[in-house]
Design a protein. Structure first.
Length: 750
């Protein structure tokens, strides 16, 4: 096997889940262990969740809202929190959780046991995993992929000698404890039937079919047996009642349809589909040197942990992030959860659902800039489910129009508060933040039809705040009750609190939401009166404030925080992913943001993977390339598992996506209205090349640089908008025509 920097590879099978390699098509996923005598493919289907939809809105919320607000305004924190814990938390307190689909277990029958030349690989160029080993004189190969166009997983077994492939296989789920039936439905197919449990739980089906070249296929009991074949193609399909009335029929229909195609055809369709997305971006920060050629990915990661720099591993990490988004979020799939789609636990960490006070949003930060706009779709579809439920939550809990969601949601788009955890639970900002992704998609694509379709959703999200905001004694419009996710403040008298009035993040999110609507209504030439109303309301939102340490204030008052190194840095939303603060437009606030970051880091901040990834983006926005790079290294050193999955700990995929976009933000930024080229290039990345990053305004950008200087810059205009470009201190502005390409020439002395 040839290992280039777009491959992740190992010299031994995975001993545990965090070493296995992920494949997926947005909906159907697998973790490939690559065992020699037993292959385990841990399976997921994105709609296998426990239980059906419920109304968990606390019926006593609205009645107690005025009292909680009054208690907070009077500074009686504990009373407010105690009352809120009873009247504002969900009934019951938790949303639904994600479950695994099961396992495909394949027991190989090899004539001998002595193995040599083992390797396994995830080929990022083709989205195929490959396992290879030699036993005796025979070299065995196993390739696995999950096809988006054909909606199946395909495993292909080949060997260097004819009649060498024999195995038995079956589907499993919790050692046969967590499904109802496993049945041979023909002499070459099995089906697993089950339900996830809970009221209105999901009905699932998964089927496999083996096709052998020479040799034989039969079933015995609930095993599928292959004997003495030259090559075998194993196809796996899955369907649930979430999407289909008759998931069994769907499952079998898919397998039958796909069986008519040859392996080569399936592979080719898969690669064509995948490469249409994957090949849009090229990143080269440094070639693999000779030394690296023999080093497997886990060995290279170990060396980075010991302090060695490895620029091509960083390019691989970047492309792996793009691979993960393509594999866990495609049109018609559900959005990527905390674990993307890959989860082996019946009760996963944080339910493997969608935490929307940072994590689900972080999953989608790379979508636009890394040229995977379509992968953003599932999030937009899910926002519509949230909108429906969130209208009920807005009305029943707060007596407000529009819609709202709290800090989590699930497969059903549940919007009632999650957990009874005061630092996080009562925070009505989740939907508003998600809606900013609609605006971001528009900004990058400039697709007015999309904006028109999304306008009502943006407006309903804003309407909630038109009703919800309360004017305080200083005439400021504030959210109450709320929290600054998920931190605790200390009052001058030493009392500690979480529930509060007007945390900075809330005002920043509302500022961004109102601004997007003001702009959207102008672009679409609609809703003039509403626009005027939002302009007035926006004026009265609390502005970002600088506190006594020179830091950006996290709360309306200049409180100290209980945990100065807290993983959430919510009040820097305005720096990233927001754009209210930047060194060029608000230098003083950018300085304060820097102080905040430094203070967090001095106290051990960034200790979870996603928090570290956020910090990379913040340093990128502060144009501190060197610091950002140190945190990229730190992400690899302390928060990356052997299979390059992000480690919260445990595995949580947001850090992969946050790290990926952080790398892109060092090379290109466009949030201030101009395309800022190489805004924060680390010294160590002195030469490199990136092609195909996207910028706001509908531009695609290719850059090459040497010794930190641009040697080539090309802008592709997709929509014919005016383009402003900034490199070092040189700014150029020019009109463009859609479909045209503009090479840039910069004066290197500037
Ligand atoms: C938020 C974070 C945690 C974790 C969880 C899924 O609550 O504060 O660190 O990422 O989401």
């Amino acid at each position: 096997m040839q290992h280039i920097n777009k491959s992740i590879w190992y010299k031994q099978p995975a001993k545990e889940w965090n070493e296995a390699l992920p494949v997926g098509n947005g909906r159907l996923g697998g973790m490939i262990f690559g065992g020699i005598h037993q292959e385990r493919v841990q399976l997921n289907e994105d709609s296998v969740w426990y239980g059906g939809p419920r109304d968990r809105n606390n019926p006593d919320a609205l009645e107690h809202l005025p009292q909680i607000r009054k208690l907070l305004a009077d500074g009686r924190l504990k009373k407010a929190e105690n009352l809120a814990a009873l009247t504002f938390t969900g009934t019951p307190e938790t949303q639904r959780h994600y479950e695994p689909l099961g396992d495909l277990l394949i027991n190989m029958e090899h004539k001998e046991t002595e193995t040599s030349n083992y390797s396994r690989e995830l080929d990022l160029d083709h989205a195929v995993t490959k396992v290879q080993y030699t036993i005796g004189d025979v070299t065995f190969n196993r390739e696995t992929f999950t096809s988006y166009p054909d909606q199946v997983m395909v495993i292909r077994f080949t060997a260097s000698e004819s009649n060498s492939i024999s195995f038995r296989t079956l589907l499993d789920r919790g050692n046969a404890r967590n499904y109802d039936e496993l049945e041979a439905i023909s002499n070459h197919s099995l089906i697993m039937r089950g339900e996830t449990g809970g009221k209105d739980g999901i009905v699932f089906r998964s089927a496999i079919k083996a096709t052998a070249e020479n040799g034989s296929v039969k079933t015995l009991g609930n095993h599928l047996i292959v004997e003495n074949a030259d090559a075998v193609t194993l196809i796996l399909s899955a369907a649930t009642s979430y999407r289909y009335e008759d998931p069994e029929q769907q499952c079998l229909k898919t397998i039958e349809k796909v069986s008519a195609k040859t392996y080569q055809e399936l592979l080719q369709h898969h690669i064509e589909d995948y490469q249409k997305l994957f090949n849009r971006v090229i990143l080269n920060l440094g070639d693999d040197n000779e030394e690296n050629a023999d080093l497997a990915t886990d060995q290279r990661l170990e060396l980075v942990k010991e302090g060695k720099e490895d620029l091509s591993l960083i390019s691989t990490y970047f492309q792996f992030g793009r691979y993960l988004l393509i594999s866990s979020s495609r049109p018609n799939s559900l959005p990527a959860t905390l674990q993307g789609i890959w989860n082996e636990k019946m009760l996963p960490p944080w339910d493997s659902k969608f935490t929307i006070n940072i994590n689900a949003q972080m999953n989608y930060w790379p979508a636009e800039i890394c040229n995977l706009s379509e992968c953003h779709d599932p999030l937009f579809e899910h926002i519509e489910k949230i909108k429906k439920n969130g209208k009920k939550t807005a009305k029943s809990m707060y007596g407000c129009r529009g819609f709202t969601a709290h800090h989590n949601t699930d497969i059903w788009g549940d919007t009632a508060p999650q957990d009874i955890y005061m630092p996080a639970t009562i925070w009505p900002m989740g939907a508003a933040w998600l809606c900013l992704h609609l605006w971001e998609h528009f900004e990058f694509t400039r697709n007015e039809k999309f904006l028109k379709n999304s306008y009502d959703t943006l407006k309903e999200a804003a309407l909630f705040f038109v009703d919800f905001l309360v004017e305080n004694e200083e005439g400021l419009l504030i959210t109450t009750p709320s929290v600054s996710p998920e931190n605790t403040y200390i009052l001058p008298n030493g009392e500690k609190g979480t529930l509060c009035e007007g945390p900075s993040m809330d005002s920043q999110i509302i500022f961004a939401l109102f601004t997007s609507l003001i702009d959207a209504s102008e672009i679409l030439d609609v809703d003039q009166a509403f626009r005027q109303q939002l302009l007035k309301l926006r004026e009265k939102l609390p502005k970002p404030k600088i506190g006594r340490h020179g830091q950006l204030q996290e709360w309306l008052e200049d409180y100290d925080e209980e945990e100065p190194g807290h993983r959430h840095i919510s009040h820097l939303f305005a720096l990233y992913p927001g754009k209210q603060i930047s060194p060029s437009t608000t230098p003083e606030l950018a300085g304060a943001a820097k102080v905040t970051l430094e203070r967090r880091l001095q106290s051990g901040g960034g200790h979870t993977g996603w928090s570290r990834a956020w910090i990379i983006n913040m340093w990128a926005r502060l144009e501190e390339g060197e610091l950002a790079y140190q945190h990229i290294l730190q992400l690899l050193k302390s928060s990356t598992l052997p299979n390059l999955f992000d480690n919260h700990p445990p595995f949580q995929i947001d850090g992969n996506f946050g790290g990926t976009v952080g790398i892109a933000e060092l090379l290109l930024q466009s949030h201030t209205g101009e395309l800022h080229l190489l805004p924060a290039l680390p010294n160590e990345w002195s030469s490199g090349q990136v092609k195909g990053l996207k910028a706001r305004g509908g531009f695609e950008v290719d850059l090459s640089w040497e010794k930190g200087e641009l040697t080539e810059g090309v802008i592709h205009s997709l929509n014919g908008e005016k383009c402003a470009v900034l490199f070092n201190n040189e700014r150029k502005e020019f009109e463009t025509t859609a479909g045209h390409t503009y090479p840039l020439v910069f004066n290197h002395e500037s």
